[in-house]
Design a protein around this ligand. Structure first.
Ligand SMILES: Nc1nc2c(ncn2[C@@H]2O[C@H](COP(=O)(O)OP(=O)(O)OP(=O)(O)O)[C@@H](O)[C@H]2O)c(=O)[nH]1
Ligand SMILES: [Mg+2]
Length: 298
């Protein structure tokens, strides 16, 4: 399946819900104040957030005025451009190898699965990859990562259950340096974001990464489950305050109609989305692209 159809399939539920709402707003005819009210309501109820929806409407009003647009159908094209602009407003950083990617997020969002997909992604870019089983808290977490390492055919560094995650990261870096690994991907435990000790553990992991491999680029990626909608904004803030977040990976888009959440995530939290997960398999990961995303929606 081509890349394009993958994201389209992944967004199908979101698209179906959004199109139904938009078709009820764009009934044909002239633009009036009721049209804007209906559109704002449609956007908000599509998980785009109040603030971001209002911004989109205000941009649309400006464009409609500037371009002397009177017909609703014409406004629909403008809306598409505005949505792309919103999603393009936070640029991703360029990769500079070697890279340490630390994957964080609350439990069950898809961290370990995403690491398997990322390993496959970087390998397909001809980069060497080592995984670090930094989730020593949950039983069988390391085994799950070992399976992914096998599937993606990459190296893995792990310790016993209950071991100090910092020590696994330390060993992972030593191994990556010795083998000349391009991308080191660190799995972490996903206990609730309200627990202070998880944040302390993540800070410690970041400290070890900075100390032990100074020249490597460090990226903290948070994995968010798209099916939880607005709640993901709260989750990011908790991690952002504790360790700083460079980017977002939004998983499980295939199982939800709440894909609109990507708009407030990018606009209100000013954090770029690097990848989206559209299934459980190794190649069900897509590099995030604003234009492709909006094309899949409208
Ligand atoms: N449909 C779908 N399922 C996904 C996606 N990503 C992950 N999953 C599923 O989500 C479930 C949890 O995934 P894990 O990777 O174990 O999540 P985790 O964040 O590592 O969980 P903990 O280690 O317990 O915190 C698994 O059943 C995955 O197959 C996705 O993009 N789409
Ligand atoms: Mg996990």
């Amino acid at each position: 399946m081509g890349l394009f159809s993958k994201i389209k399939n992944g967004l199908k539920k979101t698209k179906d819900a959004l199109i139904t709402k938009l078709n009820a707003v764009f009934r044909g005819g002239d633009i009036d104040s009721e049209f804007y009210e209906d559109l704002e309501f449609a956007l908000i109820s599509s998980d785009m957030g109040v603030e971001t929806s209002q911004l989109i409407i205000s941009n649309l009003k400006d464009r409609v005025r500037e371009k002397h647009i009177y017909k609703q159908e014409k406004a629909r094209d403008e809306l598409k451009d505005i949505l792309i602009d919103v999603l393009s407003s936070t640029p991703k950083k360029d990769y500079s190898y070697p890279i340490i990617i630390t994957i964080v997020g609350v439990n069950g969002v898809g961290k370990t699965t995403t690491i398997g997909k990322l390993a496959h992604y970087f390998k397909s870019k001809k980069k060497s990859v080592t995984l670090v089983a930094g989730d020593t808290f949950r039983a069988a977490a390391s085994e799950q990562l070992v399976e992914w390492a096998k599937r993606a055919d990459v190296k893995i560094v792990k310790h016993q259950e209950g071991a100090d995650p910092g020590a696994v990261v330390y060993d992972g870096i030593a191994s990556a340096k010795a083998k000349g690994t391009d991308v080191l991907i660190v799995d972490t435990a996903g206990r609730l974001h309200t627990k202070v000790n998880l944040m302390e553990e993540l800070k410690k992991i970041n400290r070890i990464e900075n100390r032990e491999w100074e020249e490597a680029q460090k990226l903290n990626f948070i994995v968010l489950d798209a099916t939880i909608g607005q709640n993901s904004l709260v989750q990011i803030n908790a991690f952002k305050d504790a360790i700083g977040i460079d980017g977002i990976i939004l998983t499980k888009l295939d199982g939800t109609s709440k894909g609109g959440i990507v708009f407030p995530i990018i606009k209100e939290l000013n954090t770029p989305v690097y990848f989206v997960g559209v299934g459980e398999k190794m190649d069900d990961l897509e590099e995030f692209d604003a234009e492709k995303f909006v094309d899949g929606l409208l």
